[in-house]
Structure formats: structure tokens, C-alpha cells
Design a protein around this ligand. Structure first.
Ligand code: SF4
Ligand code: SF4
Length: 339
């Protein structure tokens, strides 16, 4: 645990109200985390509060945003619009920095809380943050050890640095929420919350004179209802070749040990995204068979179905480390079609 004097400075600055934006992917519990924060604020702390979430197809791995506004009782909340200039951003999955502008609109003295094993300085560079406070917590590591999800660890870290949040009240809401739905997970989630609160690393990067906030830029989709081709024609055939599914992985990927592989093809049968790369080769009897070469992690969304069906120990579940996928990928040689 690192408790710095900066933490107290942060606390004083952001004590009156908080606009919090949670950046996540489906399956990590950000939507529930936003609901629990707002419930704790309104029903337990006597604050005014508002919460909403935005997500696409509501499936695991797709980007999710959850918004929470909290103000003192004498300050009315008049907007129900998505939070574009947050005081606090919570990033549940650091791979999102590759695909989303997670810090868009974050105030110059804002707080960025990230689920990561990296240092605040590394996260500052990765996120492109100029100034503000970076709070790092290994929420994934905590949740793996406690057999929970990252959301309650992230709530703990948020309560540590956003003083309008009373950790005791948020803990009470977590207890009530899990007691009602999954009583067997209640104590594990309380421990996860407490560890998230305790195991933060904080570093402040003070704003320089004249520093302006990261501008908020609304993401624009290439194809929407106004720009869709007539008849829904896709004019870039084979464009799924260019897809990068790495941001859909929830902290784990399959690790392949070719020395243990019997080339049975079970993994290939269950993989939804054709991640396995094969090559025809002659076996010891001179017959041509397909031999597994490796995994193209660009397409791997980390579902781990392949690990479940592997009859040997060739495939095992591995906690994803930075650059592991890039360094261990065996690339497909699909022709790239540009249309
Ligand atoms: S975890 Fe395995 S089955 Fe799932 S997408 Fe990745 S390679 Fe395919
Ligand atoms: S399931 Fe396991 S043994 Fe079979 S081909 Fe895949 S990695 Fe090899």
C-alpha cells in the first residue's frame, strides 16, 4: 500500500461533488459498480445522485461506460447526459487505452483510477494523460485471488481517492447487493473491496500554468444510420481480418506449449475466432497432416474454450502480461484485402 501526501491533496480538491465515468468492457461488472455507487450516494449518504450506462450489444468483451453524478444535498443535478468532463475516470481494463480515448474530457486536476500492475508513471504515458492524479490498483490480481470480479476492487480504489464516497456506506451496499443475489460471494466481495481500498499506488502530476483539459471528442462510428451503404452493403470484403480482439480479453489468454501438443484439432473446433494457425507437414510415415503452429492472438477474445477442451496440458490459462500476446503471436498469412 502506498499512502502519499498527494492523496490527501486530491481528497480536499474533489470533496464537494463528483462526476465519475467508468470505462470497461462487458463482463467486468462496471454497470453494477456504477449502480452501487449511486445507490450508496443517494440512499446511504444523503447525496443527490444519478447513474446511467451505455453499452452496445450487451455481450462480454464489448465496450461499456457507466456514469455516476453525485452532489451534496443542496446542489441539484439537472443533467441526465453522459459525463463528458469527468472529475474521475475509472478504467476497469487497461487494454481499452489501445482502442478508446478513456481520458477524454478528464479535468486537469482529475483522477484516473486504473486496474493495472503498472506504475502511475507508466499509465500516464500509456493513457496520454498530461496532468492529474493516477491511481493504480491490481484489481484483476485481487479478484483472481478472491474469486470475484474486478468491480468491487475498483470500487475500493475509487472510495480511497474520491472523498465524497464514504467507504463504509459503499461496503454496506455491496454487502446488501450480494447478500440478496449471491450470498456465497458476499464476504469475498467485501474482502475484494477492502483490498482495492488498501492496495492503491498514487502519484500526482500537478498541472502547469495554463494547462488545458484533455478535450472531449465524441467517438464517431464509420457506419451509422446516416452513413450506411444502401442495402447494408459491406464494400470492404474480408474486413474482419483487420479486427483486433485484444481489448475483449478479460485479463487471461491461452498459453500454448507445442511440446505437449498432439495436433488433435479440438481447440480449433471450439475456437469462435479462428485463432489457431496450422500448416501441412509430413509426419514420420511420410503422410501429410496439419500441424498446429501457434495462436494468432490478434483474434483471441480470451474465452478459454480451447483450454477446456485440450486433452493434454498443451493449452493452459495464463494471466496476460503486457506485450505477451504481441511477442508470442504466430500470424495467419491471410491476404489483406483493401476495398
Ligand atoms: S481463448 Fe482460445 S478459443 Fe477463445 S478465442 Fe482465444 S484461442 Fe479461441
Ligand atoms: S487441443 Fe491441445 S493438443 Fe489438441 S491441437 Fe489444440 S493445443 Fe494441441
Amino acid at each position: 500500500m502506498t499512502v502519499s501526501s498527494e492523496l490527501k491533496t486530491v481528497a480536499v480538491r474533489h470533496q464537494n461533488n463528483a462526476e465519475i465515468r467508468l470505462e470497461s468492457i462487458g463482463g467486468l461488472g462496471a454497470n453494477l459498480a456504477g449502480k452501487m455507487l449511486a445507490e450508496a450516494g443517494v440512499l446511504r449518504m444523503g447525496l443527490n445522485g444519478w447513474n446511467a450506462a451505455s453499452y452496445g450489444s450487451e455481450k462480454k468483451g464489448t465496450p461499456v461506460k457507466s456514469y455516476v453524478r453525485l452532489t451534496p444535498p443542496d446542489v441539484q443535478i439537472r443533467g441526465a447526459n453522459p459525463i463528458e468532463e469527468p472529475d474521475v475516470v475509472g478504467v476497469f481494463h487497461e487494454a481499452l487505452f489501445k482502442t478508446q480515448n478513456c481520458i477524454a474530457g478528464l479535468k486537469t486536476d482529475g483522477i484516473l483510477v486504473v486496474n493495472t500492475t503498472k506504475t502511475p508513471e507508466q499509465i500516464r504515458k500509456e493513457s496520454g494523460l498530461h496532468t492529474g492524479t493516477v491511481v493504480c490498483v491490481d484489481a484483476m490480481g485481487i479478484s483472481v485471488e478472491e474469486k470475484t470480479r474486478v468491480n468491487t476492487a475498483m470500487l475500493g480504489a475509487l472510495c480511497r481517492v474520491v472523498p465524497i464516497l464514504d467507504p463504509d456506506k459503499v461496503r454496506d451496499v455491496i454487502r446488501d447487493t450480494f447478500q440478496g443475489k449471491y450470498p456465497g460471494l458476499t464476504e469475498a466481495n467485501i474482502r475484494t473491496f477492502d483490498r482495492g481500498y488498501a492496495e492503491v499506488t498514487v502519484q500526482e502530476f500537478p498541472p502547469e500554468a495554463g494547462e488545458i483539459p484533455q478535450p472531449f471528442v465524441r467517438p464517431v462510428s464509420d457506419f451509422g444510420y446516416q452513413t450506411q451503404n444502401p442495402g447494408g452493403i459491406i464494400n470492404t470484403a474480408g474486413n474482419s481480418v483487420l479486427k483486433d480482439m485484444s481489448a475483449s480479453r478479460q485479463g487471461f489468454l491461452p498459453d500454448l506449449n507445442l511440446a505437449e501438443c498432439i495436433h488433435c484439432g479440438n481447440c480449433d473446433q471450439v475456437c469462435p475466432d479462428m485463432c489457431f494457425v496450422w500448416e501441412p507437414k509430413e509426419n514420420e510415415k511420410g503422410r501429410t497432416f496439419m500441424f498446429l503452429q501457434g495462436i494468432d492472438y490478434q483474434y483471441c477474445k480470451g474465452c478459454l474454450k480451447c483450454v477446456d477442451v485440450c486433452p493434454t496440458s498443451a493449452l493452459t490459462q495464463l494471466r496476460e502480461e503486457d506485450l505477451y500476446a504481441e511477442e508470442h503471436s504466430v500470424k495467419h498469412d491471410f491476404p489483406i484485402i483493401v476495398g
